[in-house]
Design a protein around this ligand. Structure first.
Ligand code: CDT
Length: 317
């Protein structure tokens, strides 16, 4: 029988510089996983692109250089193996974001959930890719995720990990996905009780996105997305940042763990490596799912057709 109550560690990490060897970064992650386990955590959640700098900020033309940011084939082998070994040795699973290059040449912004036996339980590939395919002229930092990655092709598959470990229904999102309520709802319609989301969100969005999107507003949007979607889907939500100054560009921090009422259980205070802990009881999701958000009694799918039949807004005349 698995557990419904467990200690979770949200492992915020400070910037990873382009020049840092991956082996060094993996050692840093191992140390943080070991510290999480020392403090009783059963699961440690790392952010999006936890092995490298956030390379979509640059226009890189050299294919070998692009490839150096990706992990090819089986993620449990190669440079990340020490983290898998640590998970098994310490009985502490993890969620890890990385750039995936498949054996047949496809590229995704991916994360995996690895259990306490060091086994990959589930993979998720980012569905909502922000930014552009082509660089924007006249700005210092690009957002070229649409150039380097393909759209995730796995949908939003909720999953139960190894039932000898945590007995709950989980889902994963990556960064920009957290801003799209549809993604959360598709998971919630599969009974999701906890959602993991890693992010790399640049602090200054005023040049490329919206002139009000300074660091403070971006932090607010990040919190708001996590809290509101946790509440409306009656699930725990764990949003974890790669943050601080990375290759001269600032990323927001503010990692947080939210309960099914949308209330913050823990939030990061620093802009660097910091582990947040929360005692999760998955049964706390039950009341919301049986009352306010009892989908089977209250949802009106017959009125929601536009959600799937239409992509962009079509303003009325
Ligand atoms: N990495 C990532 O997805 N970043 C985006 C920045 C786009 S700005 C709205 C994010 O949604 O945080």
């Amino acid at each position: 029988m698995g557990i419904r109550k467990f200690k979770l560690a949200a492992v915020q990490i400070g910037g990873i510089q382009r020049a840092t060897p991956k082996e060094e970064t993996v050692q840093r992650l191992c140390k943080l996983l070991n510290e999480s386990a020392d403090n009783g955590a059963t699961l440690a959640v790392f952010p999006e692109l936890s092995l490298t700098s956030f390379f979509p900020r640059w226009l890189i033309e050299d294919q070998e250089e692009i490839d150096s940011f990706f992990e090819k084939g089986d993620i449990s082998k190669g440079v990340v193996k020490p983290l898998f070994d640590a998970a098994k040795e310490r009985g502490c699973g993890f969620v890890l974001g990385y750039a995936e290059l498949t054996d047949d040449g496809h590229r995704f912004n991916t994360c995996v959930l690895v259990d306490n036996q060091g086994q990959v339980v589930q993979k998720y590939r980012k569905a909502h890719l922000p930014g552009y395919v082509e660089p924007t002229e006249g700005i210092k930092w690009q957002q070229l995720e649409k150039k380097y990655f393909e759209y995730g092709d796995l949908g939003f598959p909720a999953f139960r990990p190894n039932k000898e470990w945590i007995d709950g229904i989980m889902g994963m999102l990556i960064c920009n996905d957290r801003r799209w309520p549809e993604a959360w709802r598709v998971y919630a319609l599969q009974g999701m009780e906890i959602c993991f989301n890693g992010y790399n969100t640049t602090a200054d969005g005023t040049a490329l996105f919206n002139k009000v999107e300074n660091k403070e507003v971006r932090m607010y949007h990040s919190d708001l997305s996590t809290k509101s979607n946790a509440y409306c889907n009656s699930c725990f939500a764990v949003s974890v940042a790669k943050c601080g100054v990375e290759d001269d560009q600032e990323l927001i921090a503010g990692s947080l763990i939210v309960d099914p009422n949308g209330l913050v259980i823990a939030q990061a205070k620093t802009e660097g490596d910091e582990i947040l802990y929360a005692d999760i009881d998955l049964d706390e999701t039950i009341s919301g799912k049986q009352k306010m958000f009892d989908f089977s009694r209250h949802r009106r799918p017959e009125l929601y057709g536009r959600l799937v039949s239409q992509k962009g807004a079509i303003p009325i005349e």
